[in-house]
Design a protein around this ligand. Structure first.
Ligand code: NAP
Ligand code: MG
Length: 402
């Protein structure tokens, strides 16, 4: 068989632990037999990040900006325990945080649906994609305790002069107060990323906040989304037959639960934190969630939503058999191939990406799956066979139809 040719490289970022092994197995079993793989390789494993003083993460991020498409393996975000485990020079920052800061992107998470794994909400027939604004609000807040008899004020200094606004008078009781911020430029980037990804995936966008209560702060988000949409996206959306609409967060929650799925739900930072875990759990499994970082200029970086699956890795190191689910990592690769194929007019590469995804789903639906899925899979007509990771990948390869 002639291997599929690539014209432009994908930026490939290797990672850590169990997912580092799975990464190589996916390449060996599902990619290299079919594709003449062209990547620009960066090792984002913790050892190499420490060796290069994390320069490798910055270089990889700049490469994604240059080529437009990246695919990343899960990586360790160091904590004190990792400092001693890897004898690190420094507690390096989360690679995802570094990449996000350089690309200025928004993360979109969507579940992969298969028959046999039913969402807890049975009407959810299509995936719900959560777009979480990843800057500001309570994640960059300042806060303080205030003693009884105290006062808290908000002081704003800008070209319009100095304003002092009373937050609360604590004359009767002690309490707490908080200050938070966001920026127009970050909200504009967020809005653009959401609208670009909607056009990319042909889905509606819902955006929710609490502008009836927060008449300046949340209202600014609502206004910016509206302006960006009216000025740059309205016509494109009409052409694509998709919609943008704004609603209050509590109304959005009720609508989401009643919906059939198939849309992008753009959330403010805190709402996105909470709702993404709720949606992921309700769809069944973290190992079946994909994640894509979309920059306002359309650059994309694909990965799995889960981590390096440390617990399985320690078992693997002891020689025990492991059945770690590679699906989200496979879909990170196929997402990157599809996007690369679309940018390069490489129809064969797009077709290959579709075929691997189809084969992955078919393999699970025919009963071959990893242990995490075997626990939740329900279809009386299908006999479930729990596979080790490599065995599962081989089964998928057998189902690829090009
Ligand atoms: P995790 O790697 O997502 O794993 C947590 C648990 O979820 C696993 O122990 C496993 O449960 C289950 N699980 C997750 N992915 C699975 C898969 N593909 N197949 C089967 N089961 C799966 O989270 P963690 O253990 O909290 O974090 C481990 C490391 O990953 C940390 O160093 C963290 O910094 C890093 N991390 C990286 C990213 C990223 O790069 N995007 C994201 C999150 C975490 P059972 O043990 O019950 O089987
Ligand atoms: Mg969270």
């Amino acid at each position: 068989m002639n291997k599929i040719k690539m014209t432009t490289p994908i930026v490939e970022m290797q990672g850590d632990e169990m997912t580092r092994l799975i990464w190589d197995w996916i390449k060996e079993i599902l990619i290299e037999p079919y594709v003449d793989l062209k990547t620009e390789f960066y090792d984002l494993g913790l050892v190499e990040r420490d060796n290069t003083n994390d320069q490798v993460t910055i270089d990889a991020s700049l490469a994604i900006k240059k080529y437009g498409v990246g695919v990343k393996c899960a990586t360790i975000t160091p904590n004190t325990q990792r400092m001693s485990e890897y004898n690190l020079k420094q507690m390096w920052k989360s690679p995802n945080g570094t990449i996000r800061a350089i690309l200025d992107g928004t993360v979109f998470r969507s579940p992969i649906l298969v028959n046999g794994i039913t969402p807890y909400i049975p009407t959810w027939e299509k995936p719900i994609t959560i777009a979480r604004h990843a800057y500001g609000d309570i994640y960059k807040n300042v806060e303080a305790k205030v003693a009884k008899g105290g006062k808290a004020k908000l002081v704003v200094e800008d070209e319009n002069g100095t304003r002092e606004i009373e937050i609360f008078d604590y004359s009767k009781t002690a309490g707490v107060c908080m200050g938070m911020h966001n920026t127009d430029s970050s909200i504009i980037s967020f809005a653009k990323s959401c609208f670009n990804y909607a056009l990319e995936t042909n889905q509606d966008v819902w955006f929710s906040s609490k502008d009836t209560i927060s008449k300046i702060y949340d209202h600014r988000f609502k206004d910016i989304f509206n302006e960006v949409f009216e000025n740059e996206y309205k016509e494109k959306f009409e052409k694509a037959g998709i919609e943008y609409f704004y609603t209050l967060i509590d109304d959005a929650v009720a609508r989401v639960v009643r919906s059939n799925g198939g849309f992008i739900w753009a959330c403010k930072n805190y709402d996105g934190d909470v709702m993404s875990d709720m949606v992921a759990t309700a769809f069944g499994s973290l190992a079946m969630m994909t994640s894509v970082l979309v920059a306002p200029d359309g650059v994309m970086e694909f990965e799995a939503a889960h981590g390096t699956v440390t617990r399985h890795y320690y078992k693997y190191q002891k020689g025990e058999s492991t059945s770690t689910n590679p699906i989200a990592t496979i879909f990170a690769w196929t997402g990157a191939f599809r996007k690369r194929g679309q940018l390069d007019n490489n129809a064969e590469l797009v077709k290959y990406a579709d075929a691997v995804e189809k084969a992955s789903i078919k393999t699970i639906e025919s009963g071959y799956m990893t242990g995490d899925l075997a626990l939740i899979f329900k279809n009386d007509a299908v006999k479930v066979v729990k596979c080790e990771t490599k065995e599962f990948l081989t089964k998928i390869a057998e189902n690829i139809e090009l």
